[in-house]
Design a protein around this ligand. Sequence first.
Ligand code: HEM
Length: 437
Amino acid sequence: MARQEAPGRPPGPRGHWLTGNTRAYEADRIGFLRRCHQEYGDVFSYDEQTVFVIDPDLTHEVLTRTGQSFVTELAPFDMRRDLDEAAAQAASWMSARRAVWPGLNRSAAAASDRRTVEILDAVVTDGAGREADVLTTMRAFTAQAIAEYCFGADADGVPALLHEVIHATKPFTESSYEFPAWLPVPRHRHFFRAYRRLTDALTGIVRRRRAANGRDPGDDLLGALLDADPGMPDGTVASTLHSILMGGHGVPAAGLTSVVWELARRPRLVGELRAEANGPAGGGPEPATAPLSAARLPLAEAVVRETLRLYPPAWLMTRTARTAAGLGDWSLGPGDDVLLNAYLIHRDPRWWRRPDDFDPARWLSGRPAPGAAYLPFGAGPRVCLGSALALRQLTLATARLAQRFAIESPNASSVTLEFMGRLAPAGLRARFTPIRQ
Ligand code: HEM
């Protein structure tokens, strides 16, 4: 039965008198949201304070108004929901974001192509011939790649600290229940300890770089940031790179795991990708050794775009209304949460032809859907800072995996998607065996 809403509130399921919709949502997150979408339409209430949006244009509107009517910076476990504090943090992040952007744009990202392939080769070859958890393997790759992108030769030890933070974050991403930060439960202590260790390590790297290099900041992202804003305090430099390490690690690893899931079930596609990588468009005349160029791998890029459509790792984005705000025909109060669902928009037959089919070819002949209906990297002022780098890294990794390895998975046909913090096939295992060229 639909909840009786205050005027202007979207309708939605009433749920259990005590627990609301939490149990139904936890039992089958995407099934519950699909049912609500069918019953109530593109905008529906989940509880008194939470609204889901599955309309592309409204989603873009909310993302574009981030920083004005909406905030995104609520600190983890902040039960006080201090919206002014969140807005102040957003302002300081936005100025750091502007400073770091030139180091992440398309041409800066292109300079890392060769090292990306070397790191992938090393990580996958290290476990070659042994069956392993794919997400763990891909995290080892993305952690090393983003750590070196940020800190070059000073990246030692950073991937291990990143793994620790991801591990400490896991209990929170697996549950919709939150406890206040001051509660001394072990998982909070574990999380804050891991977080502090990473922050301290990064601050140390920044200080040493400044002390050692004087006027030459280095040719990695840290160097670009010190160059762009020499007066930025060490703590701000470290926290900016902290955000980039966190964004550039778990999410792309989830995306690559989904790529492997598709490749493991599509030997013909792997053959086509291998031909592209081995041909003149990919590596040139010496396929095994010549550098791959992400710019010349259209099929690999189409596979990545299609994978991010069907399995967007950031399948849910959250915004909080800072003030009373309109949302299409509806109205929100300050503190209301808006959840934007890229997964359901990407599979909506109103925007996509055969939306549940994996069909990379749809990306090879123009734009396959209205622009607003594709948002794996978000949109607006807080659009993914690493989208250019991510697209290159995933394209190269897809081409290289097909070019150099046979991929076998014992459970690709039985695993299912896990709608937790980051969307990925749960427990996918695979063996990568080097192939003779
Ligand atoms: C397949 C790979 C990736 C996907 C699908 C992805 C997706 C996203 C999405 C959807 C957002 C916006 C979230 C929101 O609006 O709430 C975001 C933000 C962000 N991403 Fe990515 N991302 C990827 C890779 C990367 C990489 C490689 C980096 C690092 C270079 C990165 C750094 C960031 C940062 C720092 C933000 C926060 C931006 C801000 O709030 O201003 N991401 N990402």
